[in-house]
Ligand binder design. Structure first.
Ligand code: MRU
Length: 370
């Protein structure tokens, strides 16, 4: 039995303002451990090795990485150049989640024109805090908009639980609080709705089985872990009322990149008339892109993540080889779900169709960018 966690956020700045604290998500759910990050190198390692992961959290971590770099620039001969270099290194720590580049650019914009070191440190800390709290508020709003949608779908099957399927982890661990895909689920649960979540295990790193299941269990939300390939079968048998996933990058035309396997869930959902929703904050839109398949960079990670699995063996966290020792493996970390397979997007400004006109109805300030 895993004890209740005392943590409500996966990231926070220590009271000394020198150390960024993060929950080490590589070890969950079996070990809850907090890591101290003090430099851009620490932040880059944390993002690259997935100590922290999930698009909004990657953005927030990167923002604090810029803050730490500003602080560490005080010992450098050319602090401005140093900061530029550190920012470009932070930006290239993972390629797919656009929140990373968005957050670093926003930090740099806030710092431009501020000349004194003390002024720059203070502005960087404030901006990282604003980015954090804005993401929390946006996720809260996604929960409110999503709740009315879940209520509508639940009303169509009175007396029966609402069955939601999700892929990967788009919960508070991925986002600071509430989550994106999980925000409507938590809102529904708190409103007393009878809800059950099918949790895709999400190979190779099992963010569903390890992280989403842990989050839902901690809150008391009814859930069942399934293999990645079970969703289609469940849909064929009427056991899924809707799918909600998060996203790492969305085009202005409504294509979305998310954890590998999302596309197959969307195909199965379409074939079975199951509504397929994507929950995402505005920081996940790449307003310059129009074609997800051609334009969104897909991360390819170390094949050993496919060849090995990690879990508890005799009460010790262990890594076990599952494929023949000499079989090559390939590790595509994300895929793109085309807009045509998406029933709707749940954003902080409301729910829209996954097409350019309806997205821009909610975000008219981006009508000109491209
Ligand atoms: O590789 P990860 O764990 O960073 O991938 C995370 C996902 O694919 C999430 O679904 C996505 O970032 C949305 S998080 C709200």
């Amino acid at each position: 039995m895993i004890p209740k966690t005392i943590y409500t956020r996966p990231i926070w700045l220590d009271s000394d303002h020198q150390t960024l604290k993060v929950i080490d998500q590589r070890l969950l759910p079996h070990t809850v451990s907090v890591l101290n990050l003090k430099t851009a190198d620490d932040v880059i390692m944390a993002i690259r090795d997935m100590v922290v992961r999930g698009a909004p959290l990657i953005g927030v971590t990167a923002a604090y990485g810029v803050y730490l770099s500003v602080m560490n620039s005080k010992t450098q001969d050319n602090p401005e150049n140093y900061l530029k270099q550190e920012c470009s290194r932070i930006k290239s720590s993972r390629p797919t989640a656009v929140n990373l580049v968005w957050a670093v650019d926003r930090m740099l914009e806030r710092l431009s024109g501020i000349k004194t070191l003390l002024g720059r440190i203070e502005a960087a800390r404030q901006e990282a805090e604003i980015i954090t709290e804005t993401e929390v508020e946006n996720c809260r709003r996604i929960g409110i908009h999503g709740l009315s949608l879940l209520q509508r779908i639940a009303d169509e099957k009175p007396g029966k639980p609402l069955q939601v399927l999700t892929h990967c982890n788009a919960g508070w661990l991925a986002c600071v609080e509430h989550g994106t895909a999980t925000a409507p689920i938590y809102a529904a649960f708190e409103a007393g709705m009878d809800i059950h979540v099918w949790v895709d295990e999400t190979r190779p790193l099992n963010q569903g089985a390890r992280l989403t299941a842990w989050e839902l269990g901690q809150r008391g939300v009814s859930h069942t872990v399934i293999t990645d390939n079970a969703g289609g079968h469940l849909m064929q048998h009427g056991l899924v009322d809707m799918v909600i996933v998060g996203s790492d990058r969305a085009t202005r035309t409504g294509d979305i990149a998310n954890k590998i396997g999302t596309y197959l869930k969307a195909l199965a959902a379409r074939d079975n008339n199951v509504p397929f929703y994507v929950a995402l904050p505005s920081s996940t839109f790449d307003w310059n892109l129009t074609n997800g398949l051609l334009d969104i960079p897909i991360e390819v990670r170390n094949p050993d993540e496919v060849r090995y699995v990690q879990g508890l063996a005799n009460n010790t966290l262990s890594r076990i080889l599952i494929s023949p020792e000499d079989s090559p493996a390939a590790n595509y970390a994300f895929d793109v779900t085309p807009a045509r397979l998406i029933t709707g997007l749940i954003t902080e400004r409301g729910i829209c169709r996954s097409d350019e006109a309806d997205i821009l109805r909610l975000f008219p300030e981006h009508s000109q960018s491209q």
